[in-house]
Design a protein around this ligand. Structure first.
Ligand code: ATP
Ligand code: ZN
Length: 440
């Protein structure tokens, strides 16, 4: 063989050897990554993750970098109710790596029309447990941490010092928790994605984001407790908090992926009646703000229930403004119900939804009206003629009925009629007399 050919052959053998070595290396690495559950073609994700998130990852807005950011993110959602459920659902589906859920409550039947992570079989189990199960069913790749507790200054401080959250989502339903989360976010420099919904309307904004205002900048003083209506009292159509909760997830994703257009310094107003969205410009950060201003006066978490003068549990607090002899126990009431005058002072719609037979609906809000006085005067006169002078006043839980008794006593102070409050109202009736009466 000529010398040149021999040299060429040697080179060719060397090249082939190197090629073979590279192939072996590649196969070995692939095998190794496979064993580790990783993908050979992108070591940030598994094959399944790439396919799962492909529809959002191929968008320029997210792209693989954004998806990695989502995967490495830790967020906290407070409240797994009407807002928190849809928000958590979309954030888990989008691949947010770690989601901590806080809620103290258990699932009730009245929650199911809007709190979409909970189902019939979850009734009476903690909401965070039910939400955990639903989220893990939807996305087993992410970490979900369920914390069944009431978020207050003490509990949240402990959690915040142990974890660095990138975003906090407010899915709560009360003013005290709103201020608490605002101050937590300002003090720890975390953006707060805030939402609210009632009846057919919802609101959404992001506080303390890139120099934008915080909740206290806009509302330095809490509203008077009686000016706040809850979903339990005012009602809410499930799709309304659904819409707001989904938008809370959207804003959170934008923050986590460092996208533009975050809803900071603006308030979104959603009107479900006419299906309109409006953006209102908010005041800029207040340099005199008590918490995010230049010389803050609130530097540590305070007692927010005291500050707001209202509870951060939505459990109804029962009032007790009447004497014992002005009230009747629910069991005793059930035995005399048929032959007496019973005024049901709930709103008309609630009365239409379900009512006890032989009762008269006089909504509490109308009790001071002249025509109502006339109507009652006539009714009482007829009853007195029949020898009936006791009037029993009833409502959902026994609070408005106490107020109504006080008011009626004054209005009919000249009349021989005696007013009694039905203790515990229809809730007690449903609990102790007839469980088929809807306890809503
Ligand atoms: N400080 C808090 N700590 C923990 N969870 C909270 C706190 N404040 C509110 N929540 C939770 O936030 C959720 C708010 O949900 P939502 O507004 O849909 O009302 P709800 O209390 O579930 O129902 P309803 O008002 O009809 O009784 C609830 O699950 C409630 O337990
Ligand atoms: Zn502020």
């Amino acid at each position: 063989m000529p010398k040149q050919d021999f040299e060429d052959l040697k080179l060719e053998i060397k090249r082939l050897r190197e090629e073979l070595h590279q192939k072996e290396e590649f196969l070995r690495e692939r095998q190794y990554k496979k064993l580790q559950g990783k993908n050979v073609y992108n070591d940030q994700f598994t094959t399944e993750e790439i396919v799962r998130y492909s529809r959002q990852m191929i968008m320029p807005n997210i792209n693989p970098h954004g998806q990695i950011a989502l995967k490495n993110s830790k967020i906290l959602i407070v409240g797994v109710g009407g807002l928190g459920c849809p928000a958590a659902l979309y954030l888990a589906s989008a691949g947010v790596g770690e989601i901590t859920l806080i809620d103290y409550d258990e699932v009730e039947l009245t929650n199911l029309h809007r709190q979409i992570l909970h189902s019939e079989s979850d009734i009476d189990i903690p909401k965070v447990e039910s939400a955990y199960n639903s989220l893990k069913r939807i996305n087993s790749h992410i970490k979900v941490i369920p914390l069944r507790l009431h978020a207050n200054s003490l509990t949240i401080k402990d959690i915040i010092t142990k974890n660095k959250y990138h975003v906090i989502v407010d899915g709560s339903d009360n003013v005290a928790t709103r201020y608490l989360l605002n101050d937590v976010c300002v003090m720890n420099d975390i953006p707060l994605v805030s939402g609210s919904a009632l009846q057919m309307e919802g609101q959404l904004t992001v506080y303390h984001y890139q120099g934008g205002p915080c909740y206290r900048c806009l509302f330095p003083v809490p509203p008077p407790p009686h000016a706040v209506t809850s979903c339990g009292d005012g009602g809410v159509l499930g799709a309304v908090p659904g819409t707001i909760g989904v938008l809370q997830a959207l804003e959170t994703i934008k923050i986590l992926t460092n996208s533009s257009g975050v809803l900071s310094g603006r308030l979104l107003l959603f009107d479900g009646t006419n299906t309109t969205f409006r953006n209102v410009k908010l005041r800029e950060r207040n340099l005199k703000c008590d918490v995010c201003g230049e010389n803050p006066t609130v530097k540590t978490l305070i007692d927010y229930e005291l500050f707001c003068g209202s509870s951060s549990h939505d459990k109804v607090i029962n009032i007790d403004i009447l004497k014992c002899n002005e009230q009747i126990d629910i069991i005793d009431f059930s035995t005399i119900l048929k032959d007496n005058v019973v005024l049901d002072v709930r709103p008309k719609i609630e009365y239409q939804m379900c009512n006890l037979p032989n009762t008269v609906n006089i909504p509490f809000t109308e009790i001071e009206k002249d025509d109502v006085f006339e109507k009652l005067n006539k009714l009482f006169k007829n009853k007195l003629a029949d020898g009936i002078k006791n009037v029993y006043v009833l409502c959902r839980r026994g609070n408005d009925s106490q107020r109504a008794v006080s008011c009626l006593k004054k209005k009919f102070s000249e009349s021989p009629i005696i007013f009694y409050n039905v203790k515990g109202g229809l809730h007690a009736y449903s609990k102790f007399v007839d469980t088929s009466f809807p306890r809503y």
